[in-house]
Ligand binder design. Structure first.
Ligand SMILES: Nc1ncnc2c1ncn2[C@@H]1O[C@H](COP(=O)(O)OP(=O)(O)OP(=O)(O)O)[C@@H](O)[C@H]1O
Length: 962
């Protein structure tokens, strides 16, 4: 629990209190966890890991530092005490759980300083070896570049880290390594108004003058002169950036950063600050320009980047981009250019951070045998904010995996062991299987959220919206039908349908999908990156190697081979996979940090806040199972060798079955049967039983050792007496000889004998001596050569082993990515086939539509010409209409005339009708007359016809007669 005040519980005196002690002997403390891990390295010869999790401000980083300080203190003392006693290493005395035979140095500075309650850190740094000091001093560097002040914590780590400390077989620290995860690089350009950017920016501005960097980095002015810093908080109460700067410089010196490396390290924050001051003008989608006052700033940026300013301006405002095989120039709007500059800042900061950690790792790497390690993981806990985005998904996914690891160890493995050992036990389902949630996020077959996002990132024209729809389509709209994905039950669409909800172990978290595609692709302006890759400053160019282009002598430009492009999600999955693999090979220890209140106040505890955290991190379940189960155990042999001493004579001499022996000892110890269970290979105890047994054993051993010591003292006293007696005897002999010598020394024959005797032996002995000396010199030289060779080979071996492990890691991650890609490719192929089919259908439709279109065009043409005709007709009609109008008036006029005429005619007509009647009567009379005449004509014609016929007959007769 974070006390929010400095407590005197990290002093060397407390270190001594926890050294070589069992857990039960002391109150809970982070040193107890570190001590246990250290003991297990010695006892089990297995690497350990300490997983420190908790909310922001709970104390993870502080406790990580304490673990490292404790290990540095005890392991360095271990090595020194080992060197003193030339012992063969960590003691593993049978099955005894003795700590390694290592104590605090009896005569070291610890002893002298013990009385005063000064912090371990200050003592440690003054009394440790170089490697230990470098390990401790890596922290201020990491914190300067990776920590920042936030609303919840004045020194909040904005990245996760896994620090591994390696131990040699002799128990001394043999090196260290740091892995880092998810740096919050967006903080470089923007953050909440009450928060600060990474500490290094403010420290650099405070210390630049003192370090003579003001002119070199062109940093004139305080934080409020820089756009990226002035919009949010600039000071932390009670923190002096100048003294922090000095600590940072000291730390860099101790770790071994050369002055040029330090300069390169500070170059990047300076560049970022200058880029932040570049003002860009332009509105909407208009072409952007640097404001006139920005020209000088652009000069500064390019001076520090080692590139040409006109090229820089061009590539920022009108970059060349590849369109198929062609290069085209694209204009940037104000917003685009600003976003791309921001992305550049984030990119270089993250790259520099990576380079810095790599450099620290090089300093902490020692080419010595690294048998075992203790790793400390300091990573942010579950984050559930009002607005949760992609960053929260990744951190919550990480925590889901770590929690699964915890559950697996605490609950699953534990209960499996009970079953394996045949202990009566009802399997308790704690309902803590987090696999569905993990699969919903990470699986690639069937597709999970991260793979789906990756897939969407390579789709042309994909947007956040289309990704959101796809996600909903995959897991939400199909609900009701048989589940196709193991994680389907953990997914829910949100109400506004612009995100989704995931049921995490710690609670339901609603994620908003905005900017996810960009965040996952993490793109930068490639033209600027290519330009920077050609920087004349090697340190800058090295940050952009993946964008470098190699111009071959033929003038052909080709891309330098770069690693496979990875999205942010892929990179994180890969790193997390490696971390879990590493954790899987260790024995884990879990530290849950609790923040007591949200006001950073000492002495205040908000019960609900604490309870929530205990629930979230599985502590409550842990207690439940510990109460129900049997948390402590020993193998039969171990139990017998440890506790048989308490029951002398119970086990008969000779072979006795281990199980029976354990049962006999347990019953002789008069333990309550409910407090222990005898399994197939081990004996299990309820919490607290072993502590009591240990106490009894300790008392007995103390008694035995006292008796042993008294016997030993008696033996020593007797030897001393014998020695005294011998000495008295010797004195007497010497005195007798002296007396004889005095009597003989003036006798001439004696003088002659004394002179001749050495001459007799000398020549022979001299020859032999010379020979032996020559042999010795040869042997010595040979040994030295062999030692050097061995050392060289060992170094080579460790380097090769490290290289091999690295290559294997890379290979496995490449393989995994390859597999992911294959799966994605397979999915894409089926999708491609579907699409091809669809395209065919669409092409058919297109043909139909084409002919329809042609018809439509033809009819449109027709309609057009008809329209034109109609228009002409219309115009003609209009002319006609106006003409008709005219005619109509004429006609109306005429009508009036005609009316008059008609009236006249009507009167004429009636007159004429009278005349007509008269004429009709006349006509009737005439008709009658005509009829009579026609009758007469008809009769005369008939008569004529008869006459003609008569004449024709006569003519015929005449013709025949003639
Ligand atoms: N054991 C402790 N003794 C005294 N103060 C502590 C202790 N642990 C934490 N603190 C105080 O709480 C602050 C926050 O702690 P720390 O930075 O370790 O939190 P954290 O969990 O790492 O947070 P974050 O996730 O934001 O990095 C520290 O700066 C320190 O002031």
């Amino acid at each position: 629990m974070n006390p929010y005040r400095s407590l005197p519980i990290y002093t060397p005196r407390i270190v001594a209190q926890y050294r070589q002690k069992r857990r039960e002997e002391n109150p809970p403390h982070i040193f107890a966890v570190a001590e246990r891990a250290w003991q297990q390295v010695g006892e089990e010869r297995e690497s350990q890991s300490i997983l420190i999790t908790g909310e922001s401000g709970a104390g993870k980083t502080e406790n990580t530092k304490k673990v490292i300080q404790y290990l540095a203190a005890i392991a360095s003392s271990a090595s020194s005490s080992m060197a003193e006693s030339s012992s063969s290493g960590l003691i593993k005395s049978g099955s005894q759980s003795l700590a390694p035979a290592i104590g605090l140095p009896r005569s070291s500075s610890f002893k002298g300083k013990e009385a005063s309650d000064i912090d371990l850190a200050s003592v440690a740094s003054s009394s440790l070896g170089l490697l230990e000091r470098q390990i401790l001093q890596a922290n201020p560097i990491l914190e300067a570049f990776g920590n920042a002040q936030t609303m919840r914590n004045n020194n909040s780590s904005r990245f996760g880290k896994f620090i591994k400390i390696f131990f040699s077989p002799a128990g001394a620290i043999a090196g260290a390594n740091i892995d880092w995860y998810l740096l919050e690089k967006s903080r470089v350009t923007a953050r909440a108004s009450g928060e600060r950017c990474f500490h290094v920016f403010y420290q650099l501005l405070a210390g630049a003058k003192e370090a003579g960097l003001t002119d070199k980095l062109l940093l004139h002015g305080a934080a409020d002169q820089f756009d990226f810093l002035k919009k949010s908080r600039q000071q932390i109460d009670g923190v002096d950036d100048l003294s922090e700067w000095r600590l940072l410089k000291d730390a860099l010196d101790v770790v071994g950063f050369s002055s040029s490396e330090q300069f390169e390290l500070f170059r990047i924050p300076a560049i970022i600050l200058h880029i932040g001051n570049l003002a860009i003008t332009g509105s909407g989608s208009d072409q952007a320009f640097f404001a006139p006052e920005s020209q000088a700033i652009a000069d500064k940026v390019c001076h520090l980047l080692g590139i040409d300013v006109s090229e820089f301006t061009k590539t920022v405002l009108r970059p060349k981009v590849r369109a198929g095989r062609e290069w085209v120039t694209q204009s940037r709007s104000k917003k685009q250019a600003e976003d791309e500059l921001g992305a550049l800042c984030k990119f270089v900061y993250e790259k520099t951070f990576g380079w810095m950690v790599e450099r620290i790792n090089r300093a902490l790497d020692r080419p010595s045998a690294k048998a075992l390690s203790i790793g400390v993981l300091d990573i942010a806990g579950f984050e559930i904010f009002e607005q949760n985005s992609y960053e929260q998904l990744l951190i919550n996914f990480t925590n889901e995996k770590l929690q699964q690891f915890f559950n697996f160890h605490m609950f699953t493995l534990e209960q499996e062991e009970y079953t394996r050992e045949g202990i009566e036990w009802n399997f308790v389902n704690f309902g803590l299987d987090l696999q569905p949630t993990i699969e919903l996020i990470e699986s690639s077959m069937p597709i999970g959220i991260l793979s789906c996002l990756d897939e969407e990132c390579i789709m042309p024209k994909a947007t956040d919206r289309s990704f959101c729809e796809k996600v909903h389509d995959l897991w939400e709209t199909r609900k009701g039908s048989a589940p196709k994905h193991p994680g389907e039950s953990k997914f829910k669409a949100d109400r506004l349908r612009d995100g989704f909800l995931v049921k995490h172990y710690a609670g339901d978290v609603e994620y908003k999908i905005e900017g996810w595609l960009e965040k996952n692709k993490d793109p930068i302006n490639e033209a600027v990156a290519r330009l920077c890759a050609g920087s004349e400053i090697p340190a800058v160019a090295s940050l952009f190697t993946e964008y470098a282009e190699d111009t071959s002598p033929t003038g052909v430009v080709k891309k330098v081979k770069r690693g496979a492009f990875r999205t942010v999600g892929q990179r994180h999955k890969e790193q997390l996979g490696q971390l879990m693999k590493q954790l899987g090979t260790t024995q884990p220890h879990f530290v849950r940090c609790i923040v007591p209140n949200s006001e950073k106040r000492p002495g205040k505890l908000e019960a609900n806040l604490v309870l929530d955290q205990l629930r979230c991190n599985g502590v409550l379940e842990g207690i439940r199972i510990a109460r129900l189960g049997y948390p402590n155990r020993h193998s039969f042999a171990e139990f017998r060798s440890r506790y048989e001493v308490l029951t002398p004579g119970v086990i008969p001499p000779g072979y006795v079955d281990g199980r029976k022996a354990a049962e006999k000892i347990a019953s002789a110890l008069e333990l309550d049967k409910a407090f222990y269970k005898v399994g197939a290979t081990k004996i299990f105890f309820k919490a607290g039983v072993l502590a009591e047994l240990e106490e009894r054993r300790d008392n007995l051993l103390t008694d035995i050792f006292r008796r042993f010591q008294s016997a030993a003292r008696m033996h020593i006293a007797q030897r001393r007496i014998r020695k005294l007696l011998n000495r008295a005897q010797a004195i007497k002999t010497i005195q007798r000889n002296a007396r004889v010598y005095i009597a003989l020394r003036d006798w001439p024959w004696w003088s002659l004998y004394v002179k001749v005797r050495p001459l007799l032996a000398a020549t022979k002995a001299d020859d032999e001596l010379v020979k032996k000396q020559a042999e010795l010199a040869i042997a010595k030289e040979r040994e030295q050569r062999e030692q050097e060779e061995r050392k060289r080979l060992e170094e080579l071996k460790t380097t090769l082993a490290a290289e091999k492990a690295k290559i294997e890691d890379e290979l496995s991650s490449e393989r995994r990515i390859g597999r992911d890609r294959d799966e994605m490719l397979a999915r894409l192929k089926t999708r491609e086939a579907d699409l091809l089919e669809k395209i065919k259908e669409l092409e058919g439709d297109l043909d139909i539509l084409g002919s329809d279109r042609e018809q439509a065009i033809a009819s449109a043409d027709k309609a057009k010409s008809k329209l034109e005709r109609l228009q002409l007709d219309f115009d003609a009609m209009m002319d006609q209409a106006s003409m008709l109008e005219k005619q109509s008036t004429q006609i109306r006029q005429r009508e009036a005339d005609l009316l008059k005429e008609s009236q006249q005619r009507t009167s004429n007509q009636s007159r004429l009708e009278g005349e007509k009647d008269t004429l009709s009567r006349e006509v009737e009379t005439l008709k009658r007359e005509v009829g009579q005449k026609e009758e007469a004509v008809k009769r005369s014609r008939e008569r004529n016809d008869l006459a003609v016929k008569e004449l024709e007959k006569r003519l015929q007769l005449e013709k025949t007669r003639k």
